[in-house]
Each structure stands twice: as structure tokens, then as C-alpha cells.
Design a protein around this ligand. Structure first.
Ligand code: TNX
Length: 515
């Protein structure tokens, strides 16, 4: 009898342990839904309590103060708690989130590098530059769940541990085609906000194509007046004034995102050819175009006046653009003879260099003799990427069958095209940037970029639907090291990450692959 009791008691205690394990999961920083996954995550076994009594502490420095305010606002939006922001280290608080730079004795780290030490009383975020602190804040916000509406008071335990992080590639981008369909500056800002969450640091704007010219160039007003007046399907089109463009740049800069403007040439230029007849070899203005064919237009590449026009546009655009890159397109110039195309691209590289910028062009530009120090954006032709490297260019990876955000998820997707592939989320994730172009030295890779062409995409909801969740997959390929890239683990993290997208009302595709 006695021993039966002992046995029961023993069983009971085992059950209690098991039960308590299930009802209160152990906190483990390594298992948090971080996307992209950081370079190093070391878990500790305790937790940091985030509550209304947590104080954000920043050293007395204007950049850090701005970042502290950004963090304060982000936490308020997510949890309903307005934390105290303290610059004089006077407020002890119950717990503290500290934003700080490394002391002068620490050698400068990469700008996006950050460390986050999560201790029981303090979260210490340290970087060499504001950019690193900003990336760290994105990570921290992924550790903070949305406030559930039922609870009055918000508290949340963040697992303790250490994160040391920096990106695999310096360039992680998205491209938005604002030429086929025009999107207002407000929509571009929404996209920028979503890119910041993914730690994406470049937004490439495809500003001119056959169907529309979308950026004001003051000395050529007809480019926008005529060339910006329509879009695919015949809608009213639109364009960014210089002020709109500056506002987009400023908004992006605040989120440590660089704008890369593209004027596609010598093909994809019908809108300009409609605005200024002298850009055509026959001197006759083209009709505006609202269809979706490609490869039928060309500037008159050998004409001295046309070259002066191109140099002026590049110069003006460069002056309006603080970032290091000017994208000159160069794709699908099917009606430009190769013997005209090659010297044209070489000259354009000269114009871009003269404006103190680096040229990016689609992979066809590697046919030109002079693409040294330029960037070849691989989208379709691996041999073009390799030829570019031989000519001392770098490669930006945008393999259409993996990263084109305008490709349909599957044959039932209502928007999008499928000429390169159907790209489900697993396919978007399951490829290796280092081996996608056979024979390409990883040192020659600048990074990866996901283009969203807008022949079929007409509004911000549709942009979000095509971009998410694939952009998160690409963000992880660009940021995280290969050893942290694992589809099953990405899937697990995405399931826990979804509420962040829901709270922001992102219209993402509900992929069966992620269920
Ligand atoms: C190819 S990618 C294009 C674009 C189209 C896109 C549609 C590239 C450099 N050119 O002009 O919009 O396909 O997917």
C-alpha cells in the first residue's frame, strides 16, 4: 500500500512537470520568429520584462535621440504603451532598453552591424553607426508581440541572450515598376515601411518605360506632361514632381533605405519618344502606348542631340539623387542594332561616372566594351553576368525564375505573369545566391534584388499581395548566412511572424506551402 502511494506520488510529480512544461513554454531566444535570421543568436535561460515601466535610454546624441523616438513610437503602435524616453540616464525604470554607440576604443564595425545583449534588467543595443541601431530595432520589434485586445495592461517577457548580427550581402533590394502602372508617393512610402521591416536597404524605382515617364526633369517638361499622361490600360498615369521625389528619398533615408532611380534606355523609351520627336531617328513623335509588349522602341543612339539629352537627364537625376547608383536599364533593346547598342551603353557609363555615380544596368549591358565598375543586374542570361565580371563589373542577382515578384505563385493566381516560372514561396526561398550562376565568384556578387513589374499590378493591395511573403524569403537569402537558411525553420518562424503582418494589415498571399 505504502509503495503504491509512493509510486502514485512519483507519477503525479512527473505529470506535473510535464504539464507545466507544456503550459509554460521555456523561453528560448533561438526559437523566436526572427526574419531574416541573425548571424549569431545565443540563448540564455531567463527573461527581460517589457512593461509600461520600461525606459528607453539613449546617450545624448541627436541621431540616437531620433532612433529612440522611432523605437518609442514603434512600441506604442504595437503595444499601446508609451515608454519614457530618457537622455540623461536619470530614470532607473523597472527595466531599460539602451541605444548606444561603441566607445572610441572599439574598432569601427560595418555600418549595419549591431549587437543586442538581452539581460534581465537591460536590453543593450550597440552599433558603430545609426544604421546598425536601426536594423537592431527591427529585430527587437520582432521580439515584441502585438498587444491582444482583451488585456488592459501590456507586459511581455523577452527571452534573454545575445544577438550579433550583420548582413551577408551589402545590397538587398526591391524594384518597383512605377512606369507600367503609376503608384502615388504615399504608396511608395508604404512599400518603404514594409522594406524596412525586412532589413532591405535599396529600393530601385523603374521610373521610365514605354508606357510612362514618371519623374519630373525640369528642362524637359514634356517628358512628364506628355510621357507621364497615361499607363497600361489607358488610365491617367502620373509622375513624381522633383519635390515628391525628394520626399520619397527623405522618407527612405529615415529608414536607412537608398533609392536607386532607373531610366530605361535605349529601348523601353516610347513615352520619351512620344514627348520629344527629335529623340527618334525619323524625327517623328511616337503615339503613346498603353499595351504590354516589349522591345519595340529605341532612342536614336548615334545622334549627337540624343546623346546630349541622355547626358542631361542623367546629370539632373544624379543631382537629385544622394545614393551612389543610377540605373540605366539597357534590357530588351530588340530594335537597336548591336553595333549601335554597345557604344551607346559605354558612353552612358561615361555619363554616369562623370556624375560621380555607379551605373547599374540589366544583364544585356555586359555586351558593351566599357562596363568597368558598373553593376550588371542578372535577370535572365547567366553568360551576360559572367561576361560582365570579365569586364570588371559586379553582379546584382535577380534571377527571374526565383525573385520576380510579378510571377504568379501558381496557375490559379489572378495577378501576374508566368513567363519565367510559377514561384511559390518555397521556390522563392530554396535557391543559393552563391551557386545560381555557375562559375560566378561569390566575391563578385553585390547582392540580390526582387523586381516587381507592374503590367498586371495596379494598386498597393496588389503590390503587397505579390510581394509578401516572398520578399521575406528573399530578405533572408540576402541577409542571413547559409547555415541559418532552412526552409522548415523559415516556415516555423513565418507562422509565428504572421501576426506582425496582420497587425500592419498587409495583404499577403496565404500560401499553402506555409501552413
Ligand atoms: C522582362 S526583366 C522585362 C520587363 C517586363 C518583365 C515582366 C527585364 C529586364 N525586362 O520589361 O516588365 O519581363 O516580367
Amino acid at each position: 500500500m505504502h509503495s503504491t502511494f509512493k509510486l502514485l506520488a512519483c507519477l503525479f510529480s512527473i505529470l506535473t512537470v510535464l504539464f507545466s512544461c507544456q503550459s509554460e513554454p521555456a523561453t528560448n531566444l533561438r526559437l523566436e520568429p526572427l526574419i531574416p535570421y541573425p548571424a549569431v543568436v545565443i540563448a540564455d535561460s531567463s527573461s527581460f520584462l517589457l512593461s509600461s515601466q520600461t525606459v528607453i535610454h539613449v546617450a545624448n546624441n541627436p541621431d540616437l535621440l531620433v532612433l529612440g523616438e522611432y523605437l518609442q513610437k514603434a512600441i506604442l503602435e504595437k503595444t499601446g504603451q508609451e515608454l519614457l524616453l530618457d537622455v540623461n540616464n536619470e530614470e532607473a525604470g523597472q527595466t531599460r532598453i539602451v541605444l548606444r554607440y561603441w566607445g572610441a576604443d572599439i574598432p569601427k564595425k560595418e555600418p549595419e552591424h549591431y549587437d543586442m545583449d538581452i539581460l534581465e534588467r537591460d536590453i543593450l543595443i550597440t552599433a558603430s553607426e545609426a544604421e546598425g541601431i536601426f536594423r537592431a530595432i527591427q529585430t527587437l520589434m520582432q521580439l515584441i508581440p502585438e498587444k491582444s485586445l482583451e488585456t488592459e495592461k501590456y507586459t511581455h517577457k523577452i527571452p534573454t541572450g545575445t544577438i550579433r548580427d550583420q548582413p551577408q550581402y551589402a545590397y538587398r533590394g526591391m524594384m518597383l515598376d512605377v512606369a507600367r502602372h503609376f503608384f502615388e508617393a504615399e504608396d511608395v512610402k508604404r512599400v518603404i515601411d514594409l522594406l524596412a521591416l525586412c532589413k532591405i536597404n535599396y529600393l530601385h524605382l523603374h521610373l521610365a518605360d514605354d508606357q510612362g515617364w514618371r519623374i519630373e526633369i525640369k528642362r524637359y517638361p514634356l517628358l512628364t506632361e506628355i510621357g507621364g499622361s497615361t499607363e497600361v490600360g489607358g488610365g491617367p498615369g502620373g509622375y513624381y514632381t522633383e519635390e515628391d521625389y525628394q520626399e520619397i528619398i527623405r522618407y527612405a533615408q529615415e529608414r536607412f533605405i537608398t533609392i536607386v532611380p532607373e531610366i530605361d534606355m535605349p529601348g523601353h523609351t516610347n513615352a520619351a519618344l512620344a514627348a520629344y520627336p527629335e529623340l527618334n531617328c525619323d524625327g517623328v513623335a511616337r503615339e503613346l502606348y498603353t499595351g504590354t509588349e516589349v522591345g519595340f522602341s529605341t532612342l536614336c543612339t548615334n545622334d549627337f542631340e540624343v546623346l546630349a539629352f541622355v547626358a542631361n537627364v542623367i546629370g539632373d537625376l544624379a543631382r537629385m539623387t544622394p545614393g551612389p547608383y543610377i540605373h540605366i536599364g539597357g534590357d530588351e533593346s530588340h530594335v537597336t542594332a548591336l553595333e549601335d547598342y554597345k557604344p551607346f551603353i559605354s558612353k552612358v557609363n561615361g555619363f554616369v561616372k562623370k556624375a560621380d555615380k555607379t551605373m547599374i544596368g540589366w544583364d544585356e549591358i555586359s555586351h558593351a566594351d566599357y562596363v568597368s565598375q558598373a553593376v550588371v543586374q542578372y535577370w535572365r542570361h547567366a553568360e551576360n553576368a559572367l561576361r560582365g565580371v570579365e569586364k570588371r563589373a559586379k553582379v546584382l542577382l535577380s534571377p527571374a525564375h526565383k525573385v520576380y515578384l510579378d510571377m504568379q505563385y501558381d496557375s490559379t493566381t489572378e495577378l501576374g505573369l508566368h513567363w519565367a516560372a510559377y514561384i511559390e514561396v518555397d521556390s522563392a526561398y530554396l535557391w543559393n545566391p552563391e551557386t545560381i550562376v555557375e562559375g560566378l565568384d561569390p566575391d563578385d556578387i553585390l547582392g540580390i534584388e526582387s523586381p516587381l513589374w507592374s503590367e498586371t499590378v495596379t494598386n498597393i493591395d496588389e503590390i503587397e499581395y505579390m510581394a509578401f511573403p516572398r520578399l521575406l524569403a528573399h530578405a533572408e537569402l540576402g541577409w542571413s548566412t547559409p547555415k541559418h537558411r532552412n526552409w522548415e525553420d523559415f516556415k516555423r518562424r513565418f507562422q509565428a511572424y504572421q501576426p506582425h503582418l496582420d497587425a500592419l494589415d498587409v495583404n499577403y498571399y496565404r500560401s499553402p506551402k506555409l501552413e
